[in-house]
Write a protein that binds this ligand. Structure first.
Ligand SMILES: Cc1cc2nc3c(=O)[nH]c(=O)nc-3n(C[C@H](O)[C@H](O)[C@H](O)COP(=O)(O)O)c2cc1C
Length: 473
């Protein structure tokens, strides 16, 4: 990698660096394996902090789209998101837009591009922890990489935070590379409870207000918010109104409460989403529980919202927004509902092709493989075992594509011989349980890794304080 000499942008009188030409397009990618997959030609300091960003395009190409003074609000913002991209204003998109929801380890750059090719209009990055992002160079290197692409814009970069100053610093680093910064007020997980962010800020409205206000008043791009509902309609509406008043220019509403963590067990509350849409004047995007194109239409119709964001169902069917005729009708079971026939293989191979251009961490690629074609592995255990035992080999995209072709041929044979479009699960209940346990253990390990980083940061903070005290004495 060609390292350019580090240079720091000189701050102007507001303490804000003025050199606006030394950074490049970037889109974060979570890379839990800790290996940055691509090589970059530039290593530069962003103009908004002394954070080093690696990139592979001329830095002068990318500046924040607006300034603090010119950034648009509400529907004008939505309108501008769907113009200036060589397409004129796509009025129908201003009325109804479809978004790839934020997904840790899953709304990666390549996946967002794939979904965009099949009907998504915009997307969110996975959630980025603002404090770790600011404090840890390792985290930035692992979780934030740079790419030049228009293919997945408009893009909202999502942060979680509980400190307005840290959030603003992190948002300033990322603002040249996205069309808005979203704050996650919806995460209900254990780690969010311990870290006091996400849906746990629903208990602290003044802090929610401060976080949004800080970005609204100081950032060059608009701020948006993703919220959950309470089990009380009136409170949910008041909350959304407060979020709007604080400065959120788009509100995405996940129609479940903080306690309703298991997605498949709770239907989303469309009445609450509808009431929020009627009560605020900024665009509202609905989220949660829609499993196919028909349900999507029903949700839009019922709630009257301005768009929809989908997460888990997209993992099984990235073409969900394009009204594919080949997706199976959802049963009462859990999403994702994979594509039928050969379509799942075509779509996954297309994803691999996008990954060739936009390197993606193997763990994320495997995750999408499971979502899109993984259901067939329940029947063909030899191929599943081969994949699991040779992860390193299949981190290579050519080898993986060849493996997918083998799986595809087996599925074709079943279709031709038995007329069957779906696999027969050959796992025993014990095996299913074991697999579930493994998945839970992996999720906990990721959380623990994040907690360890936070602990290290806290220790460093304490040491810094000690040093400062000593210096003062
Ligand atoms: C794998 C996965 C990762 C997620 N990560 C995030 C995240 O980073 N930020 C966030 O706000 N929500 C996250 N969510 C929640 C989704 O954005 C969405 O609110 C939820 O899944 C309900 O939508 P759905 O029914 O379309 O899945 C995640 C969901 C999934 C399935």
């Amino acid at each position: 990698m060609a390292h350019k000499k580090r240079r720091k942008a000189p701050p102007d009188e507001n303490g804000k660096p003025t050199t606006a030409d030394i950074y490049a397009a970037c889109v974060e990618i979570r890379n839990p394996n800790g290996k940055q997959p691509s090589k970059f030609s530039h290593v530069d300091i962003t103009p908004y902090s002394d954070i080093r960003i690696e990139s592979n395009v001329p830095s002068s190409e990318h500046k924040p789209r607006w300034t603090k003074e010119t950034k648009p609000k509400g529907f004008e913002y939505l309108k501008q998101l769907f113009e200036d991209r060589g397409e004129g204003v796509r009025e129908e998109k201003v009325k109804r837009s479809f978004w790839v929801a934020p997904m840790v380890d899953a709304s990666d750059h390549a996946f967002r591009i794939l979904c965009k090719r099949y009907g998504a209009d915009g997307s969110y990055t996975p959630m980025i922890h603002s404090k770790i992002f600011m404090e840890s160079a390792t985290f930035r290197k692992e979780y934030f990489s740079t790419h030049a692409t228009e293919e997945c814009r408009p893009l909202l970069a999502q942060f979680c935070a509980n400190d307005p100053t840290t959030l603003l610093k992190a948002a300033r680093v990322i603002q040249p590379f996205c069309d808005g910064v979203d704050i996650n007020f919806g995460c209900p997980q254990r780690i969010a409870k311990r870290g006091n962010y996400g849906a746990f800020l629903m208990d602290d409205w003044p802090l929610v207000e401060k976080l949004i206000k800080e970005l609204d008043e100081n950032l060059d791009v608009p701020v948006t918010a993703k919220i959950r509902v309470y089990d009380d309609l009136e409170k949910s509406v008041e909350y959304a109104k407060m979020v709007e008043k604080a400065g959120a220019q788009i509100i995405a509403v996940h129609g479940r409460t903080r306690e309703q963590k298991r997605l498949a067990e709770y239907k989303c509350n469309w009445d609450f989403i509808k009431a929020i849409k009627e009560a605020v004047s900024v665009p509202v995007l609905a989220n949660g529980g829609v499993r196919n194109y028909q349900e999507l239409q029903e949700c839009l119709e019922y709630t009257g919202v301005d768009g929809y964001l989908s997460a888990e169902p997209l993992l099984g069917n990235p073409t969900l927004f394009s009204n594919p005729p080949f997706a199976p009708n959802p049963s009462e079971g859990q999403p994702p509902y994979p594509l039928e026939n050969d379509h799942s293989f075509q779509v996954f191979l297309e994803y691999i092709d996008i990954c060739r251009k936009h390197p993606t961490a193997p763990k994320i690629v495997f995750g999408h493989l499971h979502g899109i074609v993984g259901h067939w592995m329940h029947e063909f255990h030899d191929l599943r075992d081969d994949l699991n035992e040779n992860r390193r080999k299949y981190a290579d995209l050519d080898a993986l594509a060849e493996w997918v072709e083998r799986l595809r041929a087996r599925a074709k044979e079943i279709r031709e011989k038995e007329g069957r479009n779906y696999p027969i699960r050959k796992m025993s209940q014990k095996q299913v349980d074991r697999q579930k346990k493994r998945e839970i253990a992996e999720a906990i390990a990721t959380q623990e890794e994040e907690e360890k980083m936070l602990k290290d940061i806290d220790e460093k903070d304490k040491e810094r304080e000690k040093d400062l005290k000593l210096a003062a004495e």
